[in-house]
Design a protein around this ligand. Structure first.
Ligand code: C5P
Length: 212
């Protein structure tokens, strides 16, 4: 069975770390699809665009400057917030669709993480994980990540941000964040990274009919 793995979940659930580790374990390339939406957001912010202008922001997505994926601001809170706004625009989602589907169609398999991988980008994936954790746990993780990178934020701000992003990602009309019915749920609230990765490898191996 082709090792095509879909990993979805809310912000700071640990899905990115888990998806990268799955890529290494199963020897398949990994795509962080959130980075694509963040790059579009950054391009739109720098061009001073109205983030609700579907045509203008969609044009940025259609001609995406890939060097933005290496930009230090890509991981900033403001970029994440803007990414969750522009990702609600059908023009933006449409522009990024073909690239993501082509990545998923690689003959040797792939792992993609995001919000709609198991539902829209690769609904046929044999292995799907929905990674989640309590909002307070996710806020704590993101707070530690941001402050260790030298950013000045409070834990309360980060929690409010996460709750707002969850609501926006789950409430939008186009490809809302939701668990695919045929996915495995992995709650990382009580797990450290190593334990979460072990569990993910076990769940995916079972789906792919392999021994972990
Ligand atoms: O995963 P990350 O937090 O980097 O994603 C940033 C934003 O991009 C998310 O809040 C979400 O709104 C959007 N996104 C999406 N679909 C994906 C991946 C990310 O809408 N497949």
């Amino acid at each position: 069975m082709i090792p095509l793995i879909a990993v979805d979940g809310p912000a700071a659930s640990g899905k990115g770390t888990i998806a990268r580790a799955l890529g290494r374990h199963f020897g398949v390339p990994h795509l962080d699809t959130g980075a694509l939406y963040r790059a579009v957001a950054l391009a739109a912010l720098r061009a001073g665009l109205d983030l609700a202008n579907g045509a203008a922001v969609g044009a940025k997505a259609a001609a995406l400057d890939l060097s933005l994926l290496e930009d230090p601001e890509l991981r900033g809170a403001a970029t994440g917030e803007a990414a969750s706004r522009v990702s609600a625009l059908p023009q933006v989602r449409g522009s990024l669709l073909a690239f993501q589907k082509a990545f998923a169609a690689q003959p040797g398999g792939a792992v993609l993480d995001g919000r709609d991988i198991g539902t829209v980008i690769a609904p046929h994936a044999p292995a799907k994980l929905f990674v989640t954790a309590a909002p307070e746990v996710r806020a704590r993780r993101r707070f530690l990540e941001l402050t260790s990178a030298g950013r000045e934020v409070t834990e309360g701000q980060v929690l409010a941000d996460i709750v707002a992003r969850d609501a926006r990602d789950m409430g939008r009309a186009d490809a809302p964040l939701r668990q695919a019915t045929d996915s495995d749920l992995l709650d990382t609230s009580e797990l450290d990274i190593a334990a979460a990765v072990r569990k993910a490898v076990e769940l995916v191996s079972r789906r792919l009919g392999r021994i972990s």
